[in-house]
Design a protein around this ligand. Structure first.
Ligand code: C2E
Ligand code: CA
Ligand code: CA
Ligand code: CA
Length: 279
């Protein structure tokens, strides 16, 4: 079992990737890294309250660079999106995550998470073959479609078109759709009319100041009510403290994710943490 990935990312300043020349170089490096096997997938628990049982995990990609150490996806995913490599990288991530859940379910039985969430970029959704590729991965890994959630951002689906067609297709397979970073896009509530959605992932920015009983708490409260009213599932992201977990629980949130419950890891802890109970 590999260690946790809680250390800060080393050596790479965000300013570096602003430069076009750097982009081209990193783009070429990414392609080589994929073929060299330098990417890996880590998994962060999503827990169900009040007992903090791990019901799902979110798959998050890491680049293990031979010199730079672990590189954040915030730095290389945008580059991979721009040069198109995200299509191939994303397919590898999807297959890896589905295989991992099948393995955990075989090894751990009822203690294994029920679902895995995989982040999907606009560029992947725009490819007409994307839903078919997902269907192939489910068939070849043997993972039931109901065990897979696809996380998309509001901006990825804002334009409608092929992205929304793809989500309908995925849903017809039985895959669940989550709107990521919910509340931070430009048309969060409007999208709920036009996009097939099962899960709202309420952005960390609302969770950060939830205990201050100010505007953030009001919005977090409104979002759980919208989600309940529409029959959707809400997940609160970026929960870092017991106080935040407790405040979210009091508002009605039952699915929580954040460093407080577990950082992304190759082999997360799936046993219950009774101390996490807000009761
Ligand atoms: P995201 O999908 O919103 O993922 C949540 C991010 O918040 C992750 O960062 C996670 O490690 C971090 N996080 C979780 N809990 C906490 C917390 O309590 N406190 C704080 N400060 N942070 C927390 P990460 O892994 O660095 O990923 C950053 C972004 O990169 C993701 O944001 C997602 O947009 C993108 N990304 C990551 N993996 C993939 C992938 O496989 N495919 C695609 N297309 N994008 C990915
Ligand atoms: Ca996500
Ligand atoms: Ca998110
Ligand atoms: Ca995010």
């Amino acid at each position: 079992a590999a260690k946790e990935t809680g250390e800060p990312y080393r050596h790479w300043s965000p300013a570096l990737d602003e430069r076009a020349g750097e982009h081209a170089r990193i783009g070429a490096e990414l392609q080589a890294a994929l073929h060299a096997g330098h990417f890996r997938v880590v998994y962060q628990p999503i827990v169900a309250m009040p007992d903090a049982r791990v019901t799902a995990v979110e798959a998050l990609v890491r680049w293990e660079h031979p010199e730079r150490g672990t590189v954040s996806p915030a730095q290389f995913v945008p580059v991979a999106e721009r040069n198109g490599l995200i299509v191939e990288l994303g397919a590898w991530i999807m297959r890896t995550a589905c295989e991992q859940l099948v393995r955990w379910q075989a090894e751990l039985g009822p203690d294994a998470p029920e679902r895995v969430s995989v982040n999907v970029s606009a560029r992947q959704l725009a490819r007409p073959e994307f839903p078919g590729m997902v269907a192939d991965i489910l068939a070849s890994t043997g993972l039931p479609a109901s065990c897979l959630t696809v996380e998309v951002t509001e901006t990825a689906v804002f334009g409608g078109g092929q992205a929304v067609t793809a989500l309908h297709h995925l849903r017809s397979l039985g895959v669940r759709i989550a709107l990521d970073d919910f509340g931070t896009g430009h048309s969060s509530l409007g999208l709920l009319h036009t996009v097939p959605v099962d899960v709202l992932k309420v952005d960390k920015s609302f969770v950060d100041r939830i205990t201050e009983a100010g505007r953030h708490a009001v919005i977090a409260s409104a979002l759980i009510q919208v989600s309940q009213g529409l029959g959707l599932t809400a997940v609160a992201e970026g929960v870092e403290t017991a106080e935040q977990a407790q405040a979210l629980y009091a508002l009605g949130y039952r699915l929580l994710q954040g460093y407080y419950f577990g950082k992304p890891a190759a082999e997360p802890e799936f046993t219950r943490r009774s101390s996490a109970s807000p009761a």
